[in-house]
Every structure is written in structure tokens, then in C-alpha cells.
Design a protein around this ligand. Structure first.
Ligand code: SAM
Length: 275
């Protein structure tokens, strides 16, 4: 099985839409008339959830009507947030068929079809014309991709010359053994962690310079502390990322916290502009 097929298999559950809809109903929401923000606990699949999205997106210099590409768009939470809050037109692309299906369904239920579309496809072979996007973002996707240069070169190709690319990935910050499973991979076979310096090098090779960089370790640890406290007080929420992570969600989250606490990995933002 190839890399992308293995990655898609890791994320596919087969019953995700039904499980999210059931959780929405249990939480008291009408799944046919969704407020996009209500979905944030389940559709922002990265460390820090919606708060992390807002912090990253705020650095993209967005303007109403711009065309924005979300690479590895997952369930579409970031794309819907962008469209709903910043009034931009968003295209998402993702290699996991079930995620593309759920992203389309949730977008439709939130009434955002006209502003947000999703494609099934690879970040390394973007089916879009040169310079067809004003902005691009990619959240927690690079860890699943061995050839990051191919992805960055594609993003540079489809971005306008005055564009902005905002990246938020888990990066390698230490040398010890990373504990698996983690949310993006069950084993090291589909995990391709790289150090910030390597990211900078590959971005530069693709014609993108890093104009802003932030290690989000403290933010991540505070986020997990709060999550644990809420969990201890009121148990697991009906609507949460455990639905997306499947049967071993607790182990994935525990390992991720442990890996960050041991300074082996850290969620890191990079804001890039074409050179
Ligand atoms: C941890 S999820 C993050 C999803 C979304 N960006 C978010 O933050 O909610 C990683 C996503 O990257 C997608 N992905 C991984 N490798 C990819 C590739 N080569 N091309 C496109 N999507 C990919 C996965 O299918 C998955 O949806």
C-alpha cells in the first residue's frame, strides 16, 4: 500500500458522519441547520482546535472575497471558519475520501456550499491552475507526508506572487523515541516528522520564505491542561475529537501530550511569502 492510501486508511472510520450527527443531536443541535461554530469541538483536528485556527488565520492578512486553499482540509472546520468569519471563498483538498464526504455534508448542513468546496486529491499534485489562490493554509498535514518539498512547490505554484501561506504542523524538536499511536499515525510507518530547520530549507527550495515563526509548545500544554481539567470535572463531552480518532483516541491523545511534554515534538506555525 502506498503512503497516501495508508494515510487515508488511518483516518477512515466508515461511520464518521453518522457518529457526528448522533453527537450533535445528543448535544441538542439540529444537524440540518448547523451554526458552523458549533462544530468546532469536532471539526478542528489539530492541537488547540479553534483557538489555534484563529491564531494562525489572523496572520494571513485576509480580505473579503479572496480565494483561499486549505491543503489537507480534513472535516472542513478551518475552511468553514474562514468562509463564515472572513467572507472568503475556500477550496479544500484532502486525500481521505470519507473526510471529503463528511466535509461536504457538514458544509451543506451549515449553508456554506456556495463559499466552500472540497476536492478529493493529493497535496503533492494539486489539480488547480497556476496562481489561482490568494492565500493558502495547511494545518497538521505535513506529518503525514514524506516529500514535503513536492507539496510546498505545488502550493507556491498555485499561489499568487503576493500570496501568503500559513502552515501549522507538529515538528520534531528532540531526538528521543516518539510514542505511538498519535492522532496522525498509528505507527512510525506513516509518520514523517521533520525539524523546523528542515521545513525552512524545503520551503525556501520551493520559493517560499518564512516571514514569521512561532513554537506553540506552551499554548499546547495549556490547552491540554484545560482539557484534562474539564474531563476530570464533567467527563468526556458528547461532541469531541474522540469521535474522529476512533477506539484508541485516549492513547493517541495521551501519547501526544507525553511527546510534547518531553520536548520531542512541538506544534509550530510558519507564515510564508513567495520570494
Ligand atoms: C490531522 S488531520 C488535519 C485536518 C485539518 N487540516 C484540520 O486541521 O482539521 C490531517 C489531514 O491531512 C490529510 N492528508 C494527509 N496526507 C495528505 C496528502 N498527501 N494529500 C492531501 N491530504 C492529506 C488527511 O487525510 C487528514 O485529513
Amino acid at each position: 500500500m502506498g503512503e497516501e492510501e495508508s494515510v487515508a486508511q488511518h483516518y477512515s472510520l466508515g461511520s464518521l458522519e453518522a457518529r457526528i450527527v448522533d453527537a450533535l443531536v445528543a448535544t441538542g443541535f439540529d444537524p440540518e441547520r448547523l451554526q458552523p461554530d458549533r462544530l468546532a469541538p469536532v471539526d478542528e483536528f489539530h492541537v488547540g482546535g479553534r483557538a489555534a485556527t484563529v491564531a494562525l488565520i489572523d496572520q494571513m492578512d485576509l480580505h473579503q472575497g479572496q480565494r483561499v486553499l486549505d491543503v489537507g482540509s480534513g472535516l472542513g472546520g478551518t475552511a468553514r471558519y474562514l468562509a463564515h468569519t472572513h467572507r472568503v471563498v475556500v477550496t479544500g483538498i484532502d486525500v481521505t475520501e470519507e473526510y471529503v464526504h463528511v466535509a461536504r455534508s457538514l458544509t451543506s448542513r451549515a449553508g456554506l456550499d456556495e463559499q466552500v468546496t472540497f476536492h478529493l486529491g493529493s497535496a503533492g499534485r494539486l489539480p488547480f491552475d497556476d496562481r489561482s489562490f490568494d492565500r493558502a493554509c495547511m494545518l497538521h498535514v505535513g506529518m503525514n507526508i514524506a516529500d514535503k518539498h513536492a507539496v510546498f512547490a505545488e502550493i507556491r505554484r498555485v499561489l499568487t506572487d503576493d500570496g501568503v501561506f500559513a502552515l501549522y504542523d507538529i515538528m520534531r524538536t528532540g531526538t528521543g523515541g516518539v510514542a505511538y499511536p498519535v492522532p496522525w499515525a498509528s505507527t512510525p510507518a506513516t509518520s514523517f516528522l521533520a525539524e523546523p530547520a528542515r521545513y525552512r530549507e524545503l520551503l525556501a527550495k520551493a520559493g517560499l520564505s518564512v516571514v514569521g515563526e512561532r513554537d506553540r509548545r506552551d499554548f499546547a500544554l495549556a490547552f491540554f491542561r484545560e482539557l484534562r481539567a474539564r474531563f476530570a470535572e464533567s467527563g468526556p463531552p458528547s461532541l469531541g475529537l474522540h469521535i474522529v480518532m476512533g477506539h484508541d483516541a485516549a492513547a493517541k491523545v495521551a501519547n501526544m501530550i507525553d511527546n510534547i511534554e518531553r520536548a520531542l515534538v512541538s506544534p509550530t506555525e510558519m507564515i510564508c511569502r513567495p520570494e
